[in-house]
Ligand binder design. Structure first.
Ligand SMILES: [Zn+2]
Length: 257
């Protein structure tokens, strides 16, 4: 088995006690590569040292809307300088995006569009966070078109929305949400799409799978997400190996890893 977890926050404190052990277990269990997004300026900067410690980790730099309270006006400029300086160590810009549950949508939009410009300038894909904000993200894309695609992290939405992102060069992040029967719409959309449009992700330590609520999520759960996706696609046993390979290639092609 060979997988890439395209989205896990392995640098978060939830993993402090078991990080080295966990990364070793991932390698043993075929979760070959782990992509860790940036969420704040200081944390993005700290990821350089984090990636140097762990050979199978890919990193991105970005300002996540969840951390908007920590945002200061010089952060965008400093993020740009930092990303330019460390371009060769970054595989993406993000995670960035627009979240309707957080105030100041105008500021979020401004920050998000800055990330798109930066990604275009550095020829990198984007890792995009959304929550009830497909319309706002589409408006941002209209003003500022991403040139190197990316991932719509934790995609949930309609087939029409999925096709819109695919048309703009994006892949859809498929995670633990598909293990919940109530996620009917997302399940049927991702089940209908080819592997080349999807990437697997856990969003660890968040987004526990059905049956694991209340526990810290880890990249070791990725094979369970894959198994659920195979079931939703009603794949035959002999088709699963090819599908797994296609998902791996989908992710490695996007991030050039
Ligand atoms: Zn995330």
């Amino acid at each position: 088995m060979a997988f890439i977890d395209s989205h896990c926050h392995l640098d978060f404190t939830e993993f402090d006690a078991e990080r080295a052990q966990l990364i070793k277990q991932c390698q043993q269990q075929g979760i070959e590569k782990l992509i860790v997004p940036g969420v704040t300026l200081a944390q993005s900067q700290a990821l350089i040292a984090f990636a140097a410690q762990h050979t199978n980790v890919g990193i991105a730099a970005g300002l996540h809307p969840y951390f908007l309270a920590q945002y200061q006006h010089n952060h965008l400029m400093t993020l740009t300088e930092f990303a330019e300086q460390h371009r060769s160590q970054l595989i993406a810009i993000g995670e960035c995006g627009i979240d309707r549950s957080i105030d100041d949508l105008a500021l979020q939009t401004q920050i998000f569009e800055h990330h798109i410009v930066l990604a275009n300038q550095l020829e990198l894909p984007l890792i995009v966070h959304h929550r009830q904000s497909h319309d706002l993200i589409a408006q941002a894309f209209k003003r500022c078109k991403p040139k190197f695609g990316g991932v719509i992290h934790a995609f949930s939405g309609s087939m029409q929305q999925a096709q819109y992102y695919i048309k703009h060069g994006f892949k859809l992040g498929v995670g633990g949400v598909i293990t919940y029967p109530r996620a009917q719409k997302t399940r049927s959309v991702v089940a209908a799409l080819a592997a080349e449009h999807l990437v697997l992700e856990t969003d660890s330590p968040s987004m526990p799978l059905a049956g694991f609520q209340g526990q810290v999520n880890t990249p070791l759960q990725l094979p369970l997400i894959f198994a659920q996706l195979c079931e939703l696609k009603q794949l035959k046993e002999q088709e699963k190996g090819i599908f797994e390979q296609q998902l791996y290639e989908s992710c490695s092609a996007l991030f050039r890893i």
